[in-house]
Design a protein around this ligand. Structure first.
Ligand code: GLN
Ligand code: ZN
Length: 762
């Protein structure tokens, strides 16, 4: 007997339709409202979010997915697992104490923050050293009760699972990995989860959503043990409380073990993960006594789902799992809230968009369909919308599609080998040994930001704004000359952001008016939407670079963002492969690179900061991803003459994993953000016998402190122990746009002096 199919959600965006939540947090931080006002407003926002889900007709509504900053921090704060430098509590933290952990206070730096799996949300990293775990507050019960009392709903509290919490945290500075450490930490924190579950059960809560997304990273059967231990324990402590064990962002490898865990429902992602979850169900079936919670609607992209296809998939799943719930693939936290404000989108694009609210409505239609209701009107409209977008001119640019078909060897090989090119480049550039440069941006002062805002509002004409940008560029060229840096940059004053700016100049991109997504804390980003074939319509940076070059006889580096980074920080159309979109961008940028060269730019840097962070969750999928990155980088950069020097730049450490990719890019010079992990990176390059040129960030720009000449000299000498001085460049880390002018200039003077000292020793 099959039962009724239900619709369920696993998390709703926090920001608010008009970013009310962001404004609330910031007003509180600025002291404009007090704690009482804060809690009243946040309660009404919470209830608004729940009411919408009730109105849409979602059967199982998540509660306690709200947060004052981040859900991982909420969990550690509830369990007194916050870093001990912020205190050891016996009562719930006040708001100020909580924000001190998130943002730092006058005595302590904030807890670390890092990427939530492979998406652009950042969580607060737990530090388990010396903590004394105890339950300070059962926030899950609190918000369940609130939803029940205020709105009469029996919500599903969402909680970060114990094993995931542990694996996302650090012990003695390292991420927790070993079975022994995991077990020791489970000894300490499982009883607290037990207490939470018992209280939920006693209050009459029926379902809890236990998020264990780290399960998608377990590739060996043995890795499943701690999840077994945790779920068994929790089930025994609160046998009447039903557990929905939730996974997302990829498929499950130890499928047969996972479906046997002692829980009542299993949430699997049927959008991401190459169809492996579906294959497993087809091959191994699904246990009769459990509910399958099928993640069908893409929770981290913004396109309408093809309802007909989703319904067929759901019907097939239903034959394996008589008890079925339908869900988004992951929390809707990672998409904007509603498309209703996107009035600037063309009708075809608008019809194809589905943000959180539209996704929930799709889910309800699908659920109705599976329960035998007539939803033909919705399904017809859906098919029409998809067809209109696919048939639109934007998606049918014959030139771009032909160019992709005709990609050939000439598009991804430079004319000559590095050893030949490098000689010609040296004849062209006449650089000294240990050349000095920066990574691209200079301080975006309050004046720069104010002028841009005024221009956007229409208070400043295009000419006034462009003149201002030009004067700022000119001033900074002079400042760089005064310091005597060898390779100058124009300073990136024209851009707010390294992706948005390119989106504005290329066909196929749409900038949303209100498509905000939480990146961390109160910070939202508005990723560009790549909806059509990407085409080069006008020069992007040529004018700015050529202007800067005209001010000096030293080489000025052109500055572009590489295709993969553009893709990783955008919402990408899903009707063609990501690799194809990436190559379309690459072909467009290739023209820009050629145009820069024609305009007299001798060095062009193509930034790929997001290469590492976008790595797939499963190692076996890395190679393909990296190969595609190399391919598109080469399409972008290989159209130039041997004499033109191509640079690339990457952020973050852990380069051991991708060193062969770095070589594969065939860039003449790479600069890497390293000052915080110098040792490891140097040894990675040593082992790889890297033969091209490298700039290692010789000081950390993230602190306002000015690095001394000695400190920088030491860092350069350290690098020179393993990297030949003929290959070595001297530069700071990336991100100078976040420093002020005085700090930047002082630090760069010291950098130049340090280089001269080391140069004299050679
Ligand atoms: N060119 C950019 C800058 O200097 C690179 C930014 C980055 O690495 N994230 O700011
Ligand atoms: Zn960087």
């Amino acid at each position: 007997m099959t039962s009724v199919v239900k619709s369920s959600n696993l998390g709703y965006p926090r920001l608010g339709e008009h970013r009310e939540w962001k404004k609330l947090l910031e007003s509180y931080w600025q002291g404009k409202i007090n704690e009482k006002q804060f809690s009243e407003t946040s309660k009404s926002l919470r209830l608004e979010n729940l009411k919408k889900q009730i109105e849409f007709g979602i059967d199982i509504i998540p509660v306690a997915d709200n947060s004052n900053y981040d859900h991982v921090l909420d969990t550690t704060a509830a369990f007194n697992l916050i870093p001990t430098r912020f205190g050891n509590y016996k009562r719930p933290l006040t708001l100020d104490e909580y924000y001190a952990v998130a943002r730092g206070d006058k005595d302590n730096v904030a807890a670390d923050m890092t990427k939530w799996f492979n998406i652009n949300y950042h969580y607060t990293v737990p530090e388990f050293d010396n903590t004394e775990p105890r339950l300070l507050e059962n926030r899950w019960l609190k918000y369940w009760q609130e939803a029940k009392n205020e709105l009469g709903i029996d919500g599903k509290p969402v909680i970060v699972g114990p094993v995931t919490l542990i694996k996302l945290g650090k012990l003695n500075g390292e991420y927790v990995e070993s079975e022994k450490d995991i077990n020791q930490l489970l000894d300490q924190i499982l009883p607290l989860y037990g207490q939470v579950f018992e209280e939920l059960q006693n209050a009459g809560v029926k379902w809890v959503q236990l998020d264990e997304p780290t399960l998608v990273k377990t590739e060996k059967d043995d890795d499943i043990k701690p999840y077994y231990r945790a779920t068994k324990y929790l089930h025994e402590v609160a046998p009447k409380l039903n557990i929905e064990l939730q996974t997302y962002f990829d498929s499950i490898d130890p499928y047969q073990k996972v479906v046997k865990l002692p829980v009542q429902a299993i949430g699997l992602d049927f959008v991401h993960g190459k169809g492996e979850n579906l294959n497993n169900i087809r091959q191994f079936g699904f246990p009769d006594d459990k509910i399958l919670v099928a993640g069908l609607i893409d929770g981290h992209n913004i396109w309408v789902a093809n309802l007909q296809e989703k319904a067929s998939l759901a019907e097939e799943l239903h034959t394996f799992a008589p008890k079925l719930w339908l869900q988004p693939s992951n929390s809707l936290l990672h998409v904007p809230i509603t498309k209703k404000f996107e009035t600037k989108a063309s009708p075809e694009l608008f019809g194809g968009l589905a943000f959180a609210d539209e996704k929930l409505q799709e889910l309800v239609s699908l659920t109705k369909k599976l329960n035998g209701n007539d939803v033909s009107a919705e399904f017809i409209k859906n098919a029409d919308d998809i067809k209109a977008l696919n048939d639109s001119q934007a998606r049918n640019n014959k030139n771009v599609q032909e160019a992709i078909k005709h990609l050939s060897k000439e598009h991804f090989e430079r004319h000559s080998k590095y050893s030949e090119r490098s000689k010609k480049q040296q004849d062209n550039l006449h650089l000294p040994l240990l050349p000095t440069t920066t990574i691209g941006s200079f301080p975006q002062s309050s004046e720069v930001r104010a002028k841009r805002a005024a221009w956007r509002k229409g208070d400043l004409s295009d000419k006034q704004y462009n003149d201002f940008i030009a004067s700022e560029t000119k001033r900074w060229i002079q400042l760089q000359e005064d310091i005597d840096l060898d390779v100058l940059v124009h300073g990136e004053f024209e851009r707010t952001d390294m992706v948005e700016y390119f989106g504005q100049k290329l066909a196929g991109f749409f900038a949303t008016q209100n498509g905000w997504v939480q990146s961390y804390g109160s910070r939202g980003v508005r990723p560009p939407v790549i909806f059509g074939d990407v085409a080069y319509t006008e020069p992007i940076t040529v004018k700015e670079s050529a202007f800067a070059q005209a001010q000096t006889s030293k080489p000025v580096k052109g500055m572009l963002t590489a295709p993969l980074t553009i893709i990783n920080w955008s919402f990408v159309r899903d009707d063609i492969s990501r690799a194809t979109v990436q190559n379309q961008i690459a072909l467009a940028l290739r023209q820009e690179v050629i145009n820069l060269e024609k305009a007299g730019i001798k060095i062009i840097q193509v930034d790929e900061p997001a290469l590492r962070e976008g790595l797939p969750l499963k190692q076996r999928n890395w190679q393909n991803y990296l190969d595609e990155a190399i391919y598109s980088f080469k399409i972008t950069t290989t159209g130039v003459r041997d004499e033109t020097q191509i640079h690339t730049h990457m952020c973050y450490s852990d380069f051991e994993d991708i060193i062969s990719t770095i070589s594969g890019l065939d860039a003449d010079v790479i600069s890497i953000e390293t000052s915080r992990s110098h040792g490891e990176i140097i040894s990675a390059f040593e082992d790889a016998q890297y033969d091209k040129q490298i700039g290692l960030g010789v000081y950390d720009i993230h602190s306002p402190r000015i690095p001394s000449v000695k400190e920088i000299t030491d860092n350069i000498r350290r690098g020179l122990k393993v990297i030949d001085h003929k290959q070595f460049w001297v530069n700071p880390d990336c991100g100078l746009k976040t420093r002020n002018e005085e700090q930047t200039l002082e630090a760069l003077k010291n950098l130049e002096e340090a280089r001269n000292i080391v140069l004299a020793e050679l």
